[in-house]
Design a protein around this ligand. Structure first.
Ligand code: ADP
Ligand code: MG
Length: 794
């Protein structure tokens, strides 16, 4: 039993906060603290192998990459959680109640067929409890269930043969191998199997022979091949089973042949047959404890299997149909529970109080909208209405505003901030990069200063004196609106009375950071925004607790950006030249090199030099990269905006939100290095006025796959279509990026492939909460409770 759970929890939290630097505590580094814990637990638990696995992992920790470190911590949490569950049960054991146990509370070591050695290997696969074993679902199945007569075998097919052992001969070959030939006969013909072994003496040969008793029944499963030596059909490394009396009576216990056989991901030294047996034993042992979680009414209506049956069938299906039904049942369960959790999370937040923000017909919000040089688009109006409706309530808003690049989210955000101001509160907007924060600031002062409002900017890199002035005004309430990066959430930044918060490009922030900003206010209203269209399925999974508003149109008069893919620069330079001649500007973007802004900055610098001296000596070329100081970046951006440069050479720092409407060309070098969504974001830097804009993707890649992927960009400008494709190609984890994915651990579901089931699960979850009281469903309530693991839920 782990004694100091709170200390452990705190250690993990700190290590995560500091992005896995193996933080040095008073006495120990993080990893040595965990190693000490693992060693102690290993000893006191009677050498439970999971602690050995943990120890090994954390011995490697100081050398590991940050991604590996993150995984190591996930492993640590999983092991500790399993220990908390298991130790509940061990207390029971001491009081000696041998009743059926809950498989989540049984250490995998105690499952029949699993000893310490196998448990160690299972632990390495992330299996710690009997329940983990039961939920270690097969990667796929091979159908060996249909029997084929020997005379009907066809090369390449995967099947099963039943027959009798007709003859066995064993001899040593000239090359020093022992060769066993077994002839099998059924009612249609004969088949010869050959096994090669190391050279064997008489005794070993006899033992081999005794494995194939003449006239015994035999069942073979595998893939049919042609023997290169005899040119006859045979099996390629088949699984086989001799039909002894025991086998015939216990037909069902045969897990490996003549049936639909489960294939699992195994690690080295773990025999798949051993794993199958262990899983089968766990299911058999605990089947009476596998409970239906899904309410009966839903289960019947959707034709779901009993959980117990579904678990058995997903591993050891009787038929392919049952396998499908089992899979549907388990996927539905997983997604339903996930969605129910989201719905509950949502309910929790709606119990909180928030300030009510109402707007007047002649207030500052209406005044602002009237003062704009353009009319809001239909999409913007709809978004504004939904937001104002949310604000006019004492429940906190839980809304995500999605709008494709260039759809005009900034104005909508500004309106929300003004709603706070109109009600006597302050507003704040947080952006992920300094360039973006600066740009929001520029927009806001331009719009709001004429209305007599004061706006301040908070950046990590700004001068102390500037910051100090802003800070004082924010605190005493003279400042109405604050714009900033993470600098906004630092200690020492205090608001007078913050009422509305906006987080732009929210996926670039962690939940923690958003909450820190929230804590600067009493009961604020908060809106999150993103320009990365998130496919619906993913949005439901990751943001299922939020309402979505989508701005699905661009301002009037925008022409679709023309996009081309090329491997040569000649036409590219011609296009840039033509556009500059028309008075327009161009971006040339270089990808991140090895995740390093330093290397990329160097590369961009070299390229900019080359462009200046060799290709466009007649034009003015600016250079922007992440290594510039903030005021330098600001200078370059504002110079570009003021047309002091014709071309801006840049790393991906321009990716997010940069708005220079006169730029009409963007050239993206080494385009193959970008994901589709990122390309779409970059492309969104142009097409921000009624001028025709162009995007050129330059890639020398010859890979068919890469070209097909990039072609997608030339076919559509629709961010949602691109996001869907991107999700299909890269999977949800990559799509969301590693910074803050918020993806739940799904064991069996795939939110891309199982999108339809996800939709059903979500509707069912919402309906269920509406029409039932969760208190009447204690098990369901427990597994979807927001704090399942007490103190350790980090
Ligand atoms: P994004 O949604 O990508 O953040 P922005 O808010 O930066 O988009 O807006 C893109 C550009 O469109 C800006 O120059 C903005 O002033 C302009 N804009 C916004 N709304 C409208 C509108 N309704 N009509 C015309 N131009 C608009
Ligand atoms: Mg924006």
């Amino acid at each position: 039993m782990i004694d100091n759970l709170e200390q452990l929890r705190a250690a993990i939290e700190v290590e995560r906060k500091y992005k896995f630097i193996d933080i040095q505590g008073k006495n120990y580094s993080f990893s040595s603290f965990i190693r000490k814990l693992a060693r102690k637990e290993y000893k006191t638990s009677g050498k439970k192998p999971k602690w050995a696995v943990l120890l090994e992992t954390f011995e490697h920790y100081p050398m590991a990459s940050s991604l590996e470190r993150k995984r190591a911590i996930d492993l640590l949490i999983k092991i500790v959680k399993s220990e908390l569950e298991v130790s509940k049960n061990e207390d029971i054991k001491k009081t000696n109640t041998p009743k059926i146990q809950n498989p989540t509370e049984v250490d995998v070591t105690y499952v029949k067929g699993v000893g310490p050695k196998i448990a160690y290997m299972l632990n390495k696969l992330g299996i710690y409890t009997a329940n983990d074993l039961i939920c270690y679902f097969p990667r796929k199945h091979v159908d060996y269930s249909s029997r084929t007569l020997i005379s009907q075998l066809r090369e390449g097919e995967t099947t099963t043969v039943f027959g009798y052992i007709h003859n066995v001969s064993i001899y040593n070959s000239a090359k020093g191998l022992s060769i066993t030939k077994v002839i099998i006969r059924d009612e249609s013909g004969k088949l010869e199997l050959t096994f090669f072994n190391a050279k064997a003496n008489k005794y070993v040969q006899e033992r081999m022979r005794s494995q194939f008793p003449k006239d015994a029944g035999i069942m073979l499963s595998g893939t049919v091949k042609r023997d290169s030596y005899t040119n006859k059909l045979t099996f390629d490394k088949p699984s086989y089973s001799i039909m002894t009396g025991e086998f015939l009576t216990e037909e069902k216990s045969n897990l490996n042949i003549a049936r639909i056989v489960p294939i699992y991901t195994v690690c080295e030294n773990l025999n798949i047959k051993v794993l199958r047996k262990a899983i089968f034993n766990a299911i058999t042992l605990y089947q009476d404890n596998i409970q239906n979680i899904i309410p009966q009414e839903i289960k019947e209506r959707l034709g779901l299997m009993d959980k117990k049956e579904a678990v058995l069938q997903i591993h050891f299906p009787e038929t392919m149909e049952k396998l499908e039904q089992a899979r549907f049942s388990l996927i539905f369960e997983e997604l339903f529970l996930l969605q129910l959790k989201m719905v509950r999370l949502r309910e929790e937040t709606s119990k909180e109080k928030a300030i009510n923000l109402k707007i007047k017909d002649d207030g500052i919000v209406k005044q602002f909208i009237k003062s704009l040089p353009f009319e809001l688009t239909g999409g913007q109006k709809k978004a504004v209405n939904e937001i104002l409706h949310d604000l006019n309530s004492d429940k906190p808003m839980a809304r995500l505003l999605q709008g494709d690049v260039g759809s005009g989210k900034t104005v909508v955000a500004c309106i929300m901030l003004l709603a706070a101001v109109e009600n006597g509160y302050q507003g704040a907007i947080m952006a992920p990069t300094e360039i973006l924060a600066q740009q929001h600031y520029n927009n806001l002062i331009q719009w709001l200063t004429p209305l007599g409002l004061s706006t301040g900017l908070f950046l990590g890199s700004q001068r102390k004196t500037v910051r100090e002035k802003f800070r004082t005004n924010l605190k005493n309430g003279q400042m109405h609106i604050a714009v900033g990066t993470h600098a906004l959430i630092q200690d020492g930044i205090e608001f007078n009375n913050l009422g509305a918060i906006i987080v732009d490009e929210q996926h670039r922030f962690g939940v923690k950071q958003r909450n820190l900003l929230k804590k600067k206010a009493a009961n604020p209203q908060m809106l999150t925004m993103t320009a990365t269209p998130i496919p619906r399925t993913l949005a439901m999974t990751v943001h299922g607790d939020l309402d979505l508003t989508i701005i699905d149109e661009l301002p009037k008069g925008r022409l679709p950006i023309k996009t081309a893919l090329t491997s040569s620069h000649r036409s590219v330079y011609k296009l840039i030249e033509d556009e500059i001649q028309k008075g327009r500007q161009a971006y040339i973007v270089y990808p991140l090199i090895d995740e390093s802004e330093t290397l990329s900055a160097k590369a961009a610098t070299v390229e900019a030099e080359k462009l200046k001296t060799e290709i466009f000596p007649q034009y003015k070329i600016g250079l922007l990269h992440g290594k510039l100081k903030n005021d330098e970046k600001e200078q370059v951006m504002s110079d570009f905006k003021n047309k002091k440069y014709d071309i801006l050479v840049s790393t991906t720092v321009v990716e997010v939100g940069v708005d220079v409407p006169n730029a009409t060309v963007i050239v993206i070098e080494n385009a193959e290095r970008f994901g589709l969504s990122q390309l779409h974001q970059l492309r969104g830097r142009v097409g921000r006025s009624d001028l025709q804009s162009y995007c050129v993707l330059v890639s020398a890649s010859k890979s068919q796959e890469t070209r097909e992927r990039l072609e997608i960009m030339t076919q559509t400008n629709d961010g949602f279509v691109i996001a869907e494709k991107d999700l299909q190609l890269r999977g949800p984890g990559e799509f969301l990026g590693t910074r803050q994915s918020g993806l739940p651990d799904l064991i069996i579901s795939d939110i891309v492939k199982d999108a339809k089931i996800l939709e059903i699960a979500r509707m069912e979850a919402i309906d269920f909460v509406k029409n039932h009281n969760l208190k009447d469903y204690p098990l369901l309530e427990k597994v979807t409770s927001l704090q399942m693991f007490g103190g350790l839920d980090i």
